[in-house]
Design a protein around this ligand. Structure first.
Ligand code: MN
Length: 227
């Protein structure tokens, strides 16, 4: 079939050990570490998980630059464990969830914070705060065969060498199998989906020229520069 305009490029991220992981959708979990909920002064810590999406072409690969985006003066990072889905499914039981995972990576859920807060206040969708261009940096994906399933381990983020976020993946309120199960009851998961699992406390604003390094124990270090 002849495409009448140039088709969008296939978005993918590198896989440790070779090859690439094509990205279909990017789901993100909101409010998934207690200390971050508290620093955002948001309420009930036991609320069920909720999800928002970013466009797949918001991916920025490791070593890349996030241009300082328009319509914000409060660009913030959120370091997150990323789950890469290798096998699709709907209404997945928690016990079955691990077999749907291709691998894990480290991501940044970049946020226009004052825009997001405005959306929360006005009860309107979060897109302008969360789903902007270059808002989803992601490291190389490590296949489960290499890294195993990640349920604990240090998660941290530094800005220009100074640690700002420092927690442990075992402090996730909703664990990875629960996230996959819950999300797959709302949407059919497909190979190529990425799930950003939420951020610990310590979020703050960054400026052009800053270097962000996000780490999860056992995964590649994600280094991003703010342009
Ligand atoms: Mn987040």
């Amino acid at each position: 079939m002849q495409m009448l305009i140039a088709p969008p490029e296939i978005i993918s991220v590198a896989v440790v050990g070779g090859g690439r992981f094509p990205v279909r959708r990017i789901y993100c979990v909101g409010r998934n570490y207690v200390e971050h909920i508290r620093e955002m002064k948001e309420s009930d810590e036991r609320d069920p998980p909720f999800f928002f999406q970013k466009p797949r072409d918001a991916i920025v690969e490791n070593g890349g630059t996030v241009p300082y985006p328009p319509v914000t003066e409060d660009l913030q990072y959120e370091a997150e464990l990323v789950v890469a889905i290798g096998e699709g499914g709907a209404a997945i039981a928690q016990e079955q969830a691990p077999r749907h995972i291709f691998g894990y990576g480290v991501g940044l859920d970049m946020t226009r914070r004052e825009r997001q807060k405005e959306c929360i206040k006005r009860g309107i969708p979060w897109e302008v705060g969360k789903a902007f261009d270059h808002s989803a940096p992601c490291s190389e994906i490590v296949p489960v065969a290499q890294c195993g399933h990640i349920a604990s381990g240090r998660i941290s983020l530094s800005v220009n060498g100074e640690i700002r976020q420092d927690s442990d993946v075992d402090r996730l309120i909703w664990k990875v199998p629960e996230i996959i199960s819950n999300l797959s009851h709302q949407y059919r998961l497909m190979p190529g989906d990425l799930i950003y699992t939420g951020t610990p406390a310590g979020v703050s604003a960054v400026s052009p020229g800053d270097t962000l390094v996000a780490e999860v124990a056992g995964l590649p270090r994600l280094t991003i520069r703010i342009g």
